[in-house]
Design a binder for this molecule. Structure first.
Ligand SMILES: *[C@@H]1O[C@H](CO)[C@@H](O)[C@H](O)[C@H]1NC(C)=O
Ligand SMILES: *[C@@H]1O[C@H](CO)[C@@H](O)[C@H](O)[C@H]1NC(C)=O
Length: 394
């Protein structure tokens, strides 16, 4: 009797302590409490960094909160080295807006830069980088800054981005570089189809990146995949306008990390320049691309729905008379259908020095103006099964 009574007390006090821990958890740091003012006129960078600093100093999971409204932000560096918290949520109900003068952030590389952080989640929010004046400068051929990536994660782990809208970036909208485990869900990128270098999401030197249920409309690649990307999963993507999904450009360097295990599943490309592309420089390199699956893709009036281009050498500069050294193998195209905006819907232009191998076509039906399109192959080996239109040239 006494023992069970003691046991009861023990359980009750345990419950009491755990509930008080739960209640104490998740402190919220509102950027307005640190001096941020909405209205888009006063610089909120310092206030944001102070709220971030407070969250970093906490040991329990913490939230940085951005209330509704527009907040002007200069370029901000979120440094994980001085952060001891590995569960920070940044919940954004408002819009972060870049300075209207593109020079303020235009040479800094990134606008919002996270480096060496672990366990950062960004929920909601709109990023408006106001890139239009910089694009106009670039399109006029004047000397302009390169432009900043809107949201960059470098050398970081366990990242989650859910429900973010990124618009009008000066350059790339989102960059994942040197990361392990990044989950991007319900992301929306929007910039005009003629805005230069405004890639939607660029992934390189990273493993375990997932991009789900997202929509990218932009002036360059919807998703671009650089050297050292592996175990990348893209599912339910709507792309267009834009340049499609591109693995590459690869093979600029002689010693370059390869790309492997990439899945693109269930995606629609509308009016894009490419659908799914692999692109390598016509230069010596020991890079590679292998174990790629493109599955359940719909092409709507796409210029190059399926393309491998291993002879990339704009203006024939810096790669004279070279084949690409990048070895492409085991690339599967399964259930790809819709319309091509050009006659050649499937083009495998592989390296003469290192031909493509293990290309697989399984269920392809692409038409051009209601008639069968055509396919073209050079230095490409592989197999075809099921309906394949245009007929395979492998
Ligand atoms: C390929 O990547 C996926 C994640 O995209 C992962 O689940 C799978 O285990 C990887 N396969 C190999 C062989 O590494
Ligand atoms: C290929 O697609 C066209 C246009 O959508 C369609 O009319 C045709 O029946 C399809 N062919 C096969 C074999 O699925």
């Amino acid at each position: 009797m006494a023992i069970s009574r003691m046991f009861q007390i023990l359980i009750l006090s345990l419950l009491y302590f755990t509930s008080s821990i739960v209640l104490a958890a998740n402190p919220t740091y509102n950027i307005q409490s640190y001096g941020a003012k909405s209205g888009g006129k006063s610089d909120c960078s310092k206030a944001f960094l102070s709220a971030w600093g407070a969250a970093c100093a906490a040991t329990a999971p913490a939230t940085v909160y951005v209330p509704p409204g527009r907040y002007l932000m200069r370029n901000v560096y979120f440094d994980g080295n001085s952060c001891k918290n590995n569960a920070i949520t940044i919940r954004i109900d408002g819009t972060l807006v870049a300075p209207s003068d593109y020079n303020v952030i235009g040479s800094s590389g990134s606008w919002l830069k996270f480096e060496r952080v672990t366990g950062v989640s960004i929920y909601g929010g709109t990023l408006d980088a106001q890139g239009a004046n910089l694009w106009a400068c670039k399109n006029s051929g004047k000397g302009c800054p390169k432009g900043a990536t809107s949201l960059a994660f470098y050398n970081s782990n366990n990242i989650r981005i859910n429900g973010l809208v990124s618009m009008n970036s000066q350059m790339f909208h989102i960059l994942v570089d040197g990361c392990r485990n990044a989950n991007l869900v319900n992301v929306r990128v929007s910039a005009p189809g003629n805005s230069p270098n405004t890639d939607g999401i660029h992934v390189q030197q990273s493993s375990g990146v997932t991009i789900m249920n997202s929509h990218v409309s932009t002036g360059d690649d919807c998703v671009s995949i650089g050297p050292g990307a592996s175990n990348l999963w893209i599912e339910n993507l709507a792309c267009g306008p834009g340049h499609g999904i591109s693995i590459g450009s690869l093979g600029w360097e002689m010693n370059e990390a390869g790309v492997q295990n990439v899945t693109v599943k269930t995606a629609t490309f509308s009016g894009t320049e490419n659908g799914v592309r692999v692109k390598t420089w016509a230069r010596p390199s020991n890079g590679f691309v292998r174990d790629i699956l493109f599955q359940h893709l719909v092409m709507v009036n796409v210029q190059n729905p399926v393309i491998i281009d291993q002879n990339y050498c704009p203006n024939h500069e810096k790669c004279p008379h070279q084949g690409s050294g990048v070895k492409i193998s085991n690339v599967k195209y399964e259930d790809i259908h819709g319309t091509s905006a050009t006659q050649v819907a499937v083009k495998f232009d592989c390296s003469k020095t290192r031909p493509c191998s293990g290309i697989e076509l399984d269920g392809v039906n692409l038409t051009f103006r209601d008639k069968p399109a055509t396919a073209s192959c050079s230095n490409a080996g592989g197999t075809a099964e099921g309906v394949v239109k245009p007929s395979s040239c492998l």
